[in-house]
Design a protein around this ligand. Structure first.
Ligand code: 6MZ
Length: 354
């Protein structure tokens, strides 16, 4: 479906290291294999495996982090990921990543995020990237492609309260460099919500937006508490019971929907049974996202094509779904206005071509 590629789209749930190109991942692993740091054939086998359970996905992330977590590589991956999203006409991207500390190579959480910002700066001249919060003028209309990028710093569920607080403080320090929010993610079977609550509450009090991975596995108590926290958005919402659906629907919290990810990790048994259908029918705020485009071999256009084909939604309605996502972005009104203008002009072009 070419129109899924050509129409403008908004990506709100993409993990940096999960969005790495397969070719880059293999290249980096080969280099480490040659140095004897890893056993390349073992690594290659895991990377090229297509179907993996949720548990296996988190094992894969540990492997990915072994080959990606140095400043130079983080800069490279960021550049490539932004270029890949822009190439399929993503016009606004909220990229999330877990700041990592590695004393042996002089990496602090701050220098990790600085390496990402360096990646945003180094995107080629054919693409205009707006990433600083005070930087709206950087999007010149002369260049062919433009993309707004904003950063969310993730707290991994393996972290302590102190470490989560450190990430929130870092996000606050880096607000002027495009960091606008906090995400809670990581293996959903690990850690407890109450560990992160103080940091998330503080983040929100200080004006940061918060999104939570919620209900990726059944955990009614945690899901209820997360919904009561009233985050700006939640990701996944796969394992909800009646009570939780009721709460979600009355709260109107937007849901970041990741179709391929949910099927690949077997948190949902088949596309046609996905909760997208019901939420869409009931006009609940939703946004289609990729989650980990590299790990799950997908892209955002593919997610739109999948939703259209599976749920029988036409081109105009899919366009409206993409446009509606602008309402749920964490960037401010000025960016929203620019995006609304951009969608308006794309709508005119689409109608003329029909
Ligand atoms: C929960 C996920 C995830 O932060 O190193 N992550 N957390 N559920 C998911 N669904 C499959 N996919 C990715 O990107 C990788 C990290 O993002 C989180 C995990 O913590 C993973 O280690 P970054 O850029």
């Amino acid at each position: 479906m070419d129109w899924c590629v050509s129409m403008p789209k908004v990506e709100l749930h993409a993990h940096l290291n999960g969005s790495i190109r397969n070719s880059t991942l293999l290249e980096l692993a080969k280099e480490l294999g040659e140095k004897g740091t890893i056993v390349f054939p073992d690594f290659e086998h895991v990377i090229l495996k297509n179907d993996r359970s949720l548990r296996e996905v988190f094992k894969l992330f540990d492997l990915i982090h072994m080959v990606t977590t140095d400043h130079k590589t983080i800069t490279r991956i960021t550049k490539e990921v932004v270029e890949d999203f822009a190439a399929e006409n993503v016009v606004y991207l909220e990229l999330r990543t877990t700041p990592k500390r590695n004393d042996s190579i002089g990496m602090s959480k701050r220098s990790y995020v600085e390496a990402i910002i360096e990646g945003l700066r180094s995107v080629g001249t054919s693409l205009n990237v707006n990433f600083c919060t005070n930087d709206s003028m950087k999007l010149s209309s002369k260049t062919e492609k433009k993309i707004y990028v904003r950063l969310l710093l993730s707290i991994d569920r393996r972290e302590s309260t102190e470490s989560a607080m450190e990430t929130v403080n870092l996000a606050l320090e880096m607000k002027d460099m495009g960091v606008i929010g906090i995400d809670l993610s990581g293996n959903p079977t690990v850690g407890e919500w109450k560990t992160f609550f103080p940091a998330l509450k503080f983040a929100r009090e200080q004006g940061l937006s918060v999104t939570l991975h919620c209900g990726e596995v059944p955990n009614p108590v945690e899901i209820q508490e997360m919904l009561e926290f009233l985050p700006g958005r939640i990701g996944h919402a796969c394992c909800f019971e009646d009570e939780e659906w009721k709460k979600l629907k009355s709260s109107k919290i937007p849901v970041e929907i990741c179709l391929t990810s949910n099927i690949r990790t077997e948190t949902i048994s088949s596309f046609d049974l996905h909760h997208f259908a019901e939420l869409y029918k009931e006009n609940h705020p939703i946004v289609l996202c990729t989650d980990d485009s590299g790990v799950f071999s997908t892209n955002l256009s593919n997610e739109y094509a999948l939703a259209s084909a599976t749920f029988g939604i036409g081109k105009v309605e899919m366009f409206e779904l993409a446009r509606k996502a602008v309402d749920f972005i964490y960037a401010g009104d000025e960016v929203k206005m620019e995006l609304n203008k951009l969608f308006e002009s794309a709508a005119t072009t689409m109608l003329e071509s029909n």
